[in-house]
Design a protein around this ligand. Sequence first.
Ligand code: FES
Ligand SMILES: [Fe+2]
Length: 427
Amino acid sequence: MTPEMNERLTRIVQGTDLGNLLRRYWHPVAGVTEFAETRMKPVRFFGEDLLLYQGESGAFGLIPRRCQHRGADISFGFVEDDGVRCHYHGWKYDASGACIDRPFDTAINPDRKLAAKPGPGYLVKEKAGMLWIYMGPQPAPEIPDWEIFGWPNTFKQIAIAHIPCNWTQIQENTVDPIHFEWLHNNTQLRRMGDKSEYSPPTLKMAIEDTSYGLLTRRYREGTDESSPLWNVGRAMIWPNGWFFGHHLEWKVPIDDKNTLYLLWFALRVPREYEPYEQGPIPTWHAPIKDKNGQWLENSITNQDVIAWISQGEIADRSNESLCASDIGVVALRRRLIEDMDAVKEGRDPRCLLRDPAANQALELPCIDLEDLKNGLPLKEMQEHFLMGSLLKEFYIISGQPEEVKREFEAAMRVQTSSYDIHAMVQK
Ligand code: FES
Ligand SMILES: [Fe+2]
């Protein structure tokens, strides 16, 4: 790949092809419960410093943080009605980011109508306990209504991490299944001093276009095309998500060298403890290093985080040696290029949902979907290859707070203990 193409595939801030493409989709960026104790959260997306806030009616807004007057950061201001006032001289902004009041000007010229400077008109919506933002042109598409959002009797939680590297290399991981047997299996076994045989290698993989994105199929030595890893596969949601049955995850560009990583979990409680109605969905922030500054690497996703960051702030694709295991990565890049071209030519990119009637309880494929969706008795859950490990410890990403762990244990009526990495090796 040429350095120029690498730039095109990675640069995300204002006016870039990739930024223009990714702005055409909704991105989940926060948990609604983050606003239980604050009205304002300074954020940064697509290279823009923004304020995510909740107005007094409960409605959310996403507006530029830089005051139009003399550039103070309005996250030091305060919410008033459904707008925000700058702390410096009191200019007020509505949810579109338009300035709707300049107090001194109004005081000295009460009869003169203020010429409101327009704002960018970014949108914020709540769905599944998350706040979703849309920073593209109107009309906005639908937020996909994934069926899992409506599963009853589930314990949900939202984890958010800040990843200091470029979005594209992170999303490439979703269509790169060969990394499972190395990064998550063999590398971890050796790191633990385990000299036993490598886990079974993947013998075949394939990638398919679907209505929601890309489907990855594969099977490992000792299995064949009857393996659910092949005949069900794993769903990558275009352009920013991934589905695992017990969680969905998304990557959202902060700027060229930083990405927000949001994971939304839902695990059905054991059948004998239904009905279960959860209160507000806890949202927590996942650190990527421990208090000594060392990488956290005992959880699956933290292993990925280290791999992503180790590729560099922006991976240099002009120096790669792609091989047969990269068919998914190549497919992703080709489709990003096609979609960047489509947006440039005024066409919609793929997988946009525009019909509300067709956007209801959309199913995604997943191994053992029926068990996850319908639930199992506790004993069967504990023996289940996907759910059993989750009942032992929250191994997906490090840093789960004690209070969330206790809430999970109360819902599932289990005591979590130590996670055994060997239990995951054959997956
Ligand atoms: S800088 Fe914001 S009101 Fe003056
Ligand atoms: Fe991974």
